[in-house]
Design a protein around this ligand. Structure first.
Ligand code: GLU
Length: 309
């Protein structure tokens, strides 16, 4: 097996030299300003050691990667009752699609498409003020990353709030079916702000340890997620973590993962590694182009695919 830091250096170098970077997301105006030349990778291995390459300490907008963590919080709060309002099937549709909602009576296909994540946020919000819920989500991320420097980028949140007409449509539509309980503007406000959490790859890879469930996991984070729940969230990441590109990601990379339109991907090799990559250019499904390529090479070179070497 090659040495991990050597592989990380090699991949960072290869990505620096790759011209095909994809398009930066523009539908959230603040994200359109990000320089597409960034590339970052960070890995925490089973012994808790961290390996980094490229711009691993530059914070970026984690966007939909936050949905993995809000799912943990919602399951922690209401347990399997969550599945009465959100499904667990891949959608095969774009991240912000509304088409399935009518036929399926306002129940989103899974917790990672926008509609599903908004329903999950609504479940966490129940009985609280938006500010309290947001504080809870942010503190959770800081705790998992073991870093108080994780913050909410209010400019990104405001930018999305101003232009989030589709998400408002999804939320209102679900509310009409009784899938959303809170005032739509409260739920959306929390949703936009948790999507606007900014983290570096180093912080994100640290936060992902809880899903990798290492034997060496620190006793502080072990109680956050049972092995069974980690396994199930990983299953959803594999089948639904990349929207209509989930099949392609499983085929090429063979790891569980969740992408965000900021260009980040959190990928997990259960028991082996928690990996964060970031490159802002996206493919047609809204997934980081170089991020996927880097993970494909990493998983192959380290023989980390969950489907075998
Ligand atoms: N905040 C983004 C939205 O609601 C998240 C999308 C993503 O990262 O895929 O459109």
């Amino acid at each position: 097996m090659p040495e991990l830091q050597a592989v990380v250096d090699e991949i960072a170098e290869e990505m620096r030299a790759t011209p095909l970077r994809g398009e930066v997301a523009t539908y959230i105006p603040e994200l359109a300003r990000v320089d597409p030349r960034y590339f970052a990778i960070a890995i925490v291995d089973a012994r808790g050691e961290i390996f980094t390459g490229g711009d691993a300490d530059v914070p970026f907008s984690i966007q939909s990667i936050s949905k993995v963590f809000t799912l943990m919080l919602a399951l922690g709060k209401i347990g399997d009752r969550l599945w009465q309002r959100v499904g667990r099937e891949p959608s095969g549709s774009r991240f912000n699609s509304i088409v399935q909602l009518e036929a399926e009576r306002g129940i989103p296909r899974n917790p990672f498409i926008n509609a599903g994540a908004i329903a999950v946020t609504d479940a966490i919000l129940a009985g609280h003020q938006p500010r309290e819920t947001l504080g809870e989500i942010l503190r959770f991320m800081q705790f998992l990353a073991a870093d108080d420097g994780v913050y909410i980028d209010h400019k990104v949140a405001a930018s999305e709030q101003r232009t989030g007409f589709r998400n408002a449509a999804l939320a209102n539509y679900m509310r009409s079916f009784g899938v959303i309980d809170n005032p739509v503007e409260y739920t959306l406000g929390v949703y936009y702000h948790h999507c606007a959490i900014a983290m570096s790859c180093r912080q994100l890879a640290m936060a992902g340890r809880v899903l990798a469930h290492f034997d060496s996991e620190p006793s502080t984070i072990r109680p956050v997620l049972t092995a069974e729940r980690a396994r199930r969230i990983n299953a959803l990441m594999l089948t639904c973590g990349h929207y209509d590109g989930s099949g392609e990601f499983a085929y090429r990379v063979g790891l569980t993962g969740k992408s965000g339109v900021g260009g980040g991907i959190l990928a997990i090799a259960p028991g082996k590694a928690s990996i964060a990559v970031w490159s802002p250019g996206l493919d047609v499904s809204g997934n980081s182009r170089l991020g996927q390529l880097a993970l494909e090479r990493l998983s192959k070179r380290m023989e980390w695919s969950i489907f075998g070497a």
